[in-house]
Design a protein around this ligand. Structure first.
Ligand code: FAD
Ligand code: DHB
Length: 389
């Protein structure tokens, strides 16, 4: 098989790139190691920046998001038993949208099927060959049979544990990393949201986040230990702990119910530079990870893909490599802004076991400043709604 761009991974990054390339008449094939149903069953992001919505519209997959997504004009930060609203619309003129990553993935999968563009699911042993030359190839096995795709470019959209980044010689990559000493325990439940807007909670028992997927479905997170296990967290214990971390009014209004999904995610900051080696371009979690506190992971995957699409389209239309040569620097400039913001939100809101009493007081002083200072609120709001492309 031959194609122009071989895309590794059918998560949001790979599927969105495929759709944008298709809209520019650039042939592409996606290889995914899991089944389509498995990809759709992974409950992850839910908060979509306005810029990401624009890209989804450009890819022609924004219709259901505009119909079913919930537009939010602000969030609440809770500490010391009080909630403080950050008004995005007033402070930045922008809003964000609640729409699940699974829904975006579903919309992209359907658009891809309708376009007749090929995705090969459940492939094994993907290996990238001759990425330093002009004629890279991808080898894989499907149903026990080895196959090969010859291509002009490879897009590594295969997430943090994927093969693409690992194919780049170690000496050609610079890695920056921080692992946080806690995780997030998340549940999904068929219960109404705790409050009309998201509540980010900083509490002496640990961080909590009350989010949602719809007006009848909640997505809730609790800071937990790194070695914690979901078996330790029956639903009753989860709800009890959440109430303890919330202000009395929010706690009193909670509607509890059985969880329909429960998982623990570790928190990490990670950047691999540069995001290109020869004809291989990395995008999304394959190149960088942010702790989820700032809701930036999926949004960054979308901005990487937008830059990469522009660069590939420029090359295919004009033969110019300017966009491709500038891709890594352009994407990384935005990535590092999101890394900084996600690290800051994480530091501001979580309980860090190793922090001294002095550092704990500083954290509280920063929260107090945020609650009082319009300048501090603008800084948060501007980053949260998404920096410009
Ligand atoms: P992935 O979604 O990881 O997709 C990569 C795909 O590649 C997968 O389907 C995988 O199976 C496939 N693959 C891997 N290896 C191979 C291989 N060797 N061959 C073929 N295929 C392969 N982000 C936000 O913006 N907002 C949020 O609110 C938010 N909340 C989050 C909450 C949680 C609990 C978590 C865990 C994450 C959250 N994120 C959020 C982050 C977001 O989910 C990720 O950043 C996003 O999924 C990245 O998309 P991706 O396509 O780059 O990678
Ligand atoms: C969600 C996840 C986040 O990490 C976040 O900051 C906001 C919302 C969510 O899953 O809804």
């Amino acid at each position: 098989m031959r194609t122009q761009v071989a895309i590794i991974g059918a998560g949001p990054a790979g599927l969105l790139l495929g759709q944008l390339l298709h809209s520019s008449g650039i042939a592409n094939v996606i290889l995914e190691q899991r089944s389509g149903e498995y990809v759709l069953s992974r409950i992850r992001a839910g908060l979509i920046e306005a810029g990401t919505v624009d890209i989804l519209d450009r890819a022609g997959v924004g219709m259901r998001l505009h119909r079913e997504g919930l537009v939010h004009d602000g969030i609440e930060i809770s500490f010391g038993s009080h909630r403080h609203r950050i008004d995005f619309r007033k402070l930045t003129g922008k809003s964000v949208t609640i729409y699940g990553q699974t829904e975006i993935t579903r919309d992209l999968m359907e658009a891809r099927a309708a376009a007749g563009a090929p995705t090969v699911y459940e492939v094994e042993g993907v290996s990238l060959q001759e990425i330093a030359g002009d004629r890279p190839r991808v080898l894989y096995r499907k149903d026990g049979v080895t196959a090969e795709i010859g291509c002009d470019f490879i897009a590594g959209c295969d997430g943090f544990h994927g093969v693409s980044r690992q194919t780049i010689p170690e000496a050609s990559l610079r890695i920056y990393e921080r692992v946080y000493p806690f995780g997030w325990l998340g549940i999904l439940s068929e219960t109404p949201p705790v409050s009309p807007e998201l509540i980010y909670v900083s509490h002496e028992r640990g961080f909590a986040l009350c989010s949602m997927r719809s007006l009848s479905r909640s997505r809730l997170y609790l800071q937990c230990g790194l070695d914690d296990n979901i078996e330790n967290w029956p639903d009753e214990r989860f709800w009890k702990e959440l109430k303890l971390r919330l202000d009395p009014e929010a706690a009193a209004g909670i509607v509890t119910g059985p969880s329909i999904e429960k998982s623990i995610a570790p928190l990490r900051s990670f950047v691999a530079e540069p995001m290109r080696f020869g004809r291989l371009f990395l995008a999304g979690d394959a190149a960088h990870i942010v702790p989820p506190t700032g809701a930036k992971g999926l949004n960054l995957a979308a901005s990487d893909v937008y830059y990469l699409w522009q660069a590939l389209a420029q090359f295919c239309e004009t033969g110019s490599t300017a966009g491709l040569d500038g891709y890594s620097d352009r994407a990384l400039a935005r990535v590092w802004q999101a890394e900084r913001f996600s690290w800051w939100m994480t530091s501001l809101l979580h309980l860090f076991p190793e922090r001294s009493p002095f550092e704990q007081r500083l954290q509280r002083a920063e929260l107090d400043f945020l609650a009082r200072s319009t300048a501090a609120q603008i800084a948060l709001a501007e980053n949260y709604v998404g920096l410009p492309y």
